[in-house]
Design a protein around this ligand. Sequence first.
Ligand code: NAD
Length: 264
Amino acid sequence: MTGLMQGKRGLIMGLANDRSLAWGIAQKLAEHGAELAFSYQGEALGRRVKPLAEQLGQDFLFECDVSDMASLDAAFATLRERWETIDFVVHAIGFSDKNELRGKYYDTSLDNFLMTMNISVYSFTAVAQRARAMMPDGGALLTLTYYGSEKVVPHYNVMGVAKSALDTSVKYLAMDMGPENIRVNAISAGPIKTLAASGIGDFRYILKWNELNSPLRRNVTIDDVGGAGLYLLSDLASGVTGEIHHVDAGYNVIGMKAEDAPDI
Ligand code: NAD
Protein backbone atom coordinates (compact mmCIF):
# COMPACT_ATOMS: atom_id res chain seq x y z
CA MET A 1 0.00 0.00 0.00
CA THR A 2 1.18 3.54 -0.77
CA GLY A 3 -0.15 6.63 0.93
CA LEU A 4 -1.53 7.97 -2.35
CA MET A 5 -5.08 8.28 -0.98
CA GLN A 6 -4.21 8.47 2.72
CA GLY A 7 -6.42 11.00 4.48
CA LYS A 8 -8.82 11.22 1.53
CA ARG A 9 -12.43 10.11 1.62
CA GLY A 10 -15.10 9.83 -0.99
CA LEU A 11 -18.34 8.37 -2.23
CA ILE A 12 -18.65 5.39 -4.58
CA MET A 13 -21.97 5.32 -6.47
CA GLY A 14 -22.93 2.37 -8.66
CA LEU A 15 -21.46 -0.69 -6.96
CA ALA A 16 -23.73 -3.66 -7.72
CA ASN A 17 -21.45 -6.70 -7.32
CA ASP A 18 -17.85 -7.84 -7.58
CA ARG A 19 -17.92 -7.49 -11.37
CA SER A 20 -18.88 -3.80 -11.29
CA LEU A 21 -16.44 -1.23 -12.64
CA ALA A 22 -17.05 0.59 -9.34
CA TRP A 23 -15.62 -2.43 -7.51
CA GLY A 24 -12.36 -2.27 -9.49
CA ILE A 25 -12.04 1.41 -8.59
CA ALA A 26 -13.09 1.02 -4.94
CA GLN A 27 -10.57 -1.78 -4.37
CA LYS A 28 -7.69 0.30 -5.73
CA LEU A 29 -8.72 3.38 -3.72
CA ALA A 30 -8.99 1.37 -0.49
CA GLU A 31 -5.66 -0.36 -1.18
CA HIS A 32 -4.06 3.09 -1.28
CA GLY A 33 -5.60 4.28 1.97
CA ALA A 34 -8.87 6.01 0.99
CA GLU A 35 -11.90 5.96 3.26
CA LEU A 36 -15.03 5.09 1.30
CA ALA A 37 -18.78 5.55 1.52
CA PHE A 38 -21.07 3.58 -0.80
CA SER A 39 -24.50 4.41 -2.16
CA TYR A 40 -26.66 1.67 -3.61
CA GLN A 41 -29.95 1.55 -5.48
CA GLY A 42 -32.54 -0.31 -3.39
CA GLU A 43 -32.42 -2.77 -0.49
CA ALA A 44 -31.69 -5.84 -2.62
CA LEU A 45 -28.46 -4.31 -3.92
CA GLY A 46 -27.70 -3.01 -0.44
CA ARG A 47 -27.50 -6.61 0.78
CA ARG A 48 -24.90 -7.36 -1.93
CA VAL A 49 -22.89 -4.17 -1.40
CA LYS A 50 -22.57 -4.51 2.39
CA PRO A 51 -20.22 -7.54 2.39
CA LEU A 52 -18.13 -5.97 -0.38
CA ALA A 53 -17.73 -2.75 1.61
CA GLU A 54 -16.81 -4.85 4.65
CA GLN A 55 -14.10 -6.60 2.63
CA LEU A 56 -12.50 -3.17 2.25
CA GLY A 57 -12.98 -2.40 5.95
CA GLN A 58 -15.72 0.16 5.26
CA ASP A 59 -19.12 0.42 6.92
CA PHE A 60 -20.66 3.63 5.58
CA LEU A 61 -23.49 2.69 3.21
CA PHE A 62 -26.79 4.27 2.28
CA GLU A 63 -29.46 4.09 -0.37
CA CYS A 64 -29.67 6.47 -3.32
CA ASP A 65 -31.82 6.35 -6.45
CA VAL A 66 -30.28 9.02 -8.68
CA SER A 67 -33.46 9.44 -10.71
CA ASP A 68 -35.12 10.89 -7.60
CA MET A 69 -33.77 14.28 -6.47
CA ALA A 70 -35.19 13.81 -2.96
CA SER A 71 -33.27 10.54 -2.66
CA LEU A 72 -30.07 12.29 -3.83
CA ASP A 73 -30.59 15.09 -1.31
CA ALA A 74 -31.17 12.55 1.46
CA ALA A 75 -28.04 10.60 0.47
CA PHE A 76 -25.83 13.71 0.57
CA ALA A 77 -27.41 14.75 3.88
CA THR A 78 -26.49 11.32 5.30
CA LEU A 79 -22.97 11.68 3.92
CA ARG A 80 -22.63 15.10 5.54
CA GLU A 81 -23.82 13.81 8.93
CA ARG A 82 -20.66 11.73 9.18
CA TRP A 83 -18.23 13.65 6.97
CA GLU A 84 -18.30 17.42 6.65
CA THR A 85 -16.11 17.35 3.56
CA ILE A 86 -15.21 14.82 0.88
CA ASP A 87 -12.36 14.58 -1.63
CA PHE A 88 -13.89 12.58 -4.46
CA VAL A 89 -16.99 10.96 -5.95
CA VAL A 90 -17.12 8.02 -8.37
CA HIS A 91 -20.28 7.97 -10.51
CA ALA A 92 -20.50 4.51 -12.10
CA ILE A 93 -24.17 4.59 -13.04
CA GLY A 94 -26.04 4.02 -16.27
CA PHE A 95 -29.39 2.58 -17.23
CA SER A 96 -31.65 2.06 -20.24
CA ASP A 97 -34.46 -0.34 -21.13
CA LYS A 98 -32.66 -3.40 -22.49
CA ASN A 99 -35.35 -3.83 -25.16
CA GLU A 100 -33.96 -0.67 -26.75
CA LEU A 101 -30.32 -1.79 -26.50
CA ARG A 102 -30.79 -3.98 -29.55
CA GLY A 103 -32.21 -3.38 -32.99
CA LYS A 104 -32.37 0.13 -34.40
CA TYR A 105 -31.73 3.45 -32.69
CA TYR A 106 -34.66 5.01 -34.53
CA ASP A 107 -37.03 2.81 -32.53
CA THR A 108 -36.08 4.53 -29.25
CA SER A 109 -39.19 5.64 -27.37
CA LEU A 110 -39.50 9.08 -25.82
CA ASP A 111 -40.04 7.60 -22.35
CA ASN A 112 -36.90 5.49 -22.50
CA PHE A 113 -34.90 8.30 -24.11
CA LEU A 114 -35.77 10.62 -21.21
CA MET A 115 -35.19 7.95 -18.56
CA THR A 116 -31.81 7.00 -20.05
CA MET A 117 -30.71 10.65 -20.20
CA ASN A 118 -31.95 11.26 -16.66
CA ILE A 119 -30.22 8.28 -15.00
CA SER A 120 -27.11 8.09 -17.19
CA VAL A 121 -26.39 11.78 -17.85
CA TYR A 122 -28.26 14.27 -15.69
CA SER A 123 -27.49 12.32 -12.52
CA PHE A 124 -23.79 13.14 -12.89
CA THR A 125 -24.56 16.86 -12.96
CA ALA A 126 -26.98 16.47 -10.04
CA VAL A 127 -24.23 14.69 -8.10
CA ALA A 128 -21.70 17.39 -9.02
CA GLN A 129 -24.03 20.10 -7.68
CA ARG A 130 -24.26 18.37 -4.33
CA ALA A 131 -20.65 17.18 -4.11
CA ARG A 132 -19.10 20.63 -4.70
CA ALA A 133 -20.78 21.93 -1.57
CA MET A 134 -18.71 19.37 0.34
CA MET A 135 -15.42 20.17 -1.41
CA PRO A 136 -14.36 23.58 -0.04
CA ASP A 137 -10.69 22.84 -0.73
CA GLY A 138 -11.19 21.15 -4.10
CA GLY A 139 -11.70 17.55 -5.09
CA ALA A 140 -12.22 15.17 -7.99
CA LEU A 141 -15.24 13.70 -9.74
CA LEU A 142 -15.10 10.66 -11.99
CA THR A 143 -17.70 9.09 -14.27
CA LEU A 144 -17.66 6.13 -16.67
CA THR A 145 -18.29 6.36 -20.37
CA TYR A 146 -17.90 4.14 -23.44
CA TYR A 147 -16.60 4.42 -27.03
CA GLY A 148 -20.19 4.16 -28.31
CA SER A 149 -20.39 7.90 -27.54
CA GLU A 150 -17.80 8.64 -30.24
CA LYS A 151 -18.54 6.08 -32.94
CA VAL A 152 -21.49 3.88 -33.72
CA VAL A 153 -21.41 0.54 -31.93
CA PRO A 154 -24.24 -1.79 -32.97
CA HIS A 155 -27.03 -2.07 -30.36
CA TYR A 156 -25.59 0.62 -28.07
CA ASN A 157 -28.22 3.00 -29.51
CA VAL A 158 -29.70 5.47 -27.02
CA MET A 159 -26.91 4.69 -24.56
CA GLY A 160 -24.40 6.00 -27.13
CA VAL A 161 -26.36 9.23 -27.42
CA ALA A 162 -26.49 9.48 -23.62
CA LYS A 163 -22.75 8.82 -23.25
CA SER A 164 -22.03 11.63 -25.78
CA ALA A 165 -24.02 13.98 -23.56
CA LEU A 166 -22.20 12.63 -20.51
CA ASP A 167 -18.79 13.27 -22.16
CA THR A 168 -19.85 16.84 -22.89
CA SER A 169 -21.13 17.25 -19.31
CA VAL A 170 -17.65 16.29 -18.09
CA LYS A 171 -16.13 19.15 -20.09
CA TYR A 172 -18.70 21.78 -19.01
CA LEU A 173 -18.47 20.71 -15.37
CA ALA A 174 -14.66 20.79 -15.58
CA MET A 175 -14.84 24.39 -16.79
CA ASP A 176 -17.41 25.44 -14.18
CA MET A 177 -15.67 23.77 -11.26
CA GLY A 178 -12.04 24.36 -12.22
CA PRO A 179 -11.84 27.66 -10.30
CA GLU A 180 -12.86 25.70 -7.18
CA ASN A 181 -10.01 23.24 -7.83
CA ILE A 182 -12.53 20.47 -8.48
CA ARG A 183 -11.36 18.22 -11.31
CA VAL A 184 -13.91 16.37 -13.45
CA ASN A 185 -12.91 13.42 -15.61
CA ALA A 186 -14.27 10.28 -17.24
CA ILE A 187 -12.83 6.88 -17.97
CA SER A 188 -13.93 5.45 -21.30
CA ALA A 189 -13.70 1.76 -20.47
CA GLY A 190 -13.51 -1.03 -23.01
CA PRO A 191 -16.28 -3.64 -22.84
CA ILE A 192 -16.39 -5.68 -19.61
CA LYS A 193 -18.96 -8.32 -18.70
CA THR A 194 -21.08 -6.74 -15.94
CA LEU A 195 -24.73 -6.70 -14.96
CA ALA A 196 -25.36 -3.50 -16.95
CA ALA A 197 -23.46 -4.80 -19.99
CA SER A 198 -25.55 -7.98 -20.08
CA GLY A 199 -28.47 -5.84 -21.26
CA ILE A 200 -26.67 -4.87 -24.48
CA GLY A 201 -27.52 -6.94 -27.56
CA ASP A 202 -24.72 -9.21 -28.90
CA PHE A 203 -22.37 -8.10 -26.12
CA ARG A 204 -20.28 -11.25 -26.50
CA TYR A 205 -19.55 -10.27 -30.10
CA ILE A 206 -18.47 -6.78 -28.98
CA LEU A 207 -16.11 -8.37 -26.43
CA LYS A 208 -14.61 -10.72 -29.01
CA TRP A 209 -14.22 -7.94 -31.60
CA ASN A 210 -12.37 -5.73 -29.10
CA GLU A 211 -10.15 -8.56 -27.94
CA LEU A 212 -9.09 -9.41 -31.48
CA ASN A 213 -8.67 -5.87 -32.79
CA SER A 214 -7.26 -3.77 -29.95
CA PRO A 215 -3.50 -3.07 -29.91
CA LEU A 216 -3.05 -5.09 -26.69
CA ARG A 217 -5.08 -7.99 -28.20
CA ARG A 218 -7.10 -8.43 -25.03
CA ASN A 219 -10.06 -7.02 -23.19
CA VAL A 220 -9.58 -4.80 -20.17
CA THR A 221 -10.47 -5.83 -16.62
CA ILE A 222 -11.99 -3.94 -13.70
CA ASP A 223 -8.44 -3.89 -12.31
CA ASP A 224 -7.26 -1.92 -15.34
CA VAL A 225 -10.15 0.51 -14.83
CA GLY A 226 -9.40 0.69 -11.10
CA GLY A 227 -5.77 1.69 -11.69
CA ALA A 228 -6.78 4.53 -13.98
CA GLY A 229 -9.49 5.58 -11.52
CA LEU A 230 -6.92 5.73 -8.72
CA TYR A 231 -4.67 7.93 -10.88
CA LEU A 232 -7.46 10.32 -11.89
CA LEU A 233 -8.76 10.69 -8.32
CA SER A 234 -5.33 11.09 -6.73
CA ASP A 235 -2.94 14.04 -6.71
CA LEU A 236 -0.95 12.30 -9.47
CA ALA A 237 -3.56 13.75 -11.83
CA SER A 238 -3.57 17.20 -10.22
CA GLY A 239 -3.25 18.90 -13.61
CA VAL A 240 -5.86 16.76 -15.39
CA THR A 241 -9.48 17.82 -15.85
CA GLY A 242 -12.16 17.62 -18.54
CA GLU A 243 -10.45 14.48 -19.81
CA ILE A 244 -12.06 11.40 -21.38
CA HIS A 245 -9.38 8.85 -20.59
CA HIS A 246 -9.57 5.62 -22.60
CA VAL A 247 -8.91 2.38 -20.74
CA ASP A 248 -9.71 0.07 -23.64
CA ALA A 249 -6.48 -1.76 -24.54
CA GLY A 250 -6.03 0.96 -27.17
CA TYR A 251 -9.08 0.01 -29.23
CA ASN A 252 -10.13 3.63 -29.88
CA VAL A 253 -7.03 4.41 -31.96
CA ILE A 254 -7.63 1.63 -34.46
CA GLY A 255 -9.04 2.52 -37.89
CA MET A 256 -8.95 -0.92 -39.52
CA LYS A 257 -9.39 -4.55 -38.63
CA ALA A 258 -6.03 -6.08 -37.68
CA GLU A 259 -4.35 -8.35 -40.25
CA ASP A 260 -3.91 -11.20 -37.78
CA ALA A 261 -7.46 -10.99 -36.40
CA PRO A 262 -9.50 -14.03 -37.46
CA ASP A 263 -12.97 -13.46 -38.87
CA ILE A 264 -15.58 -13.58 -36.14
P1 NAD B 1 -23.09 -2.50 -13.06
O1 NAD B 1 -24.39 -3.12 -13.41
O2 NAD B 1 -22.19 -3.25 -12.17
O3 NAD B 1 -23.29 -1.04 -12.49
C1 NAD B 1 -24.34 -0.18 -12.92
C2 NAD B 1 -24.84 0.50 -11.68
O4 NAD B 1 -25.80 1.52 -12.00
C3 NAD B 1 -25.55 -0.47 -10.72
O5 NAD B 1 -24.93 -0.45 -9.46
C4 NAD B 1 -26.96 0.09 -10.63
O6 NAD B 1 -27.53 -0.08 -9.34
C5 NAD B 1 -26.69 1.56 -10.91
N1 NAD B 1 -27.93 2.28 -11.22
C6 NAD B 1 -28.75 2.12 -12.29
N2 NAD B 1 -29.82 2.94 -12.17
C7 NAD B 1 -29.66 3.63 -10.99
C8 NAD B 1 -30.41 4.59 -10.30
N3 NAD B 1 -31.59 5.04 -10.78
N4 NAD B 1 -29.95 5.07 -9.11
C9 NAD B 1 -28.77 4.63 -8.61
N5 NAD B 1 -28.01 3.70 -9.22
C10 NAD B 1 -28.45 3.20 -10.40
O7 NAD B 1 -22.37 -2.25 -14.49
P2 NAD B 1 -21.04 -1.46 -14.89
O8 NAD B 1 -20.73 -1.97 -16.25
O9 NAD B 1 -20.04 -1.54 -13.82
O10 NAD B 1 -21.56 0.03 -15.07
C11 NAD B 1 -21.00 1.15 -14.41
C12 NAD B 1 -20.78 2.29 -15.42
O11 NAD B 1 -19.74 1.91 -16.32
C13 NAD B 1 -22.00 2.61 -16.29
O12 NAD B 1 -22.08 4.01 -16.48
C14 NAD B 1 -21.64 1.96 -17.60
O13 NAD B 1 -22.30 2.54 -18.71
C15 NAD B 1 -20.16 2.22 -17.63
N6 NAD B 1 -19.39 1.43 -18.60
C16 NAD B 1 -19.49 0.06 -18.60
C17 NAD B 1 -18.75 -0.66 -19.54
C18 NAD B 1 -18.87 -2.16 -19.59
O14 NAD B 1 -18.53 -2.73 -20.63
N7 NAD B 1 -19.32 -2.82 -18.55
C19 NAD B 1 -17.92 -0.01 -20.44
C20 NAD B 1 -17.82 1.39 -20.39
C21 NAD B 1 -18.57 2.09 -19.47
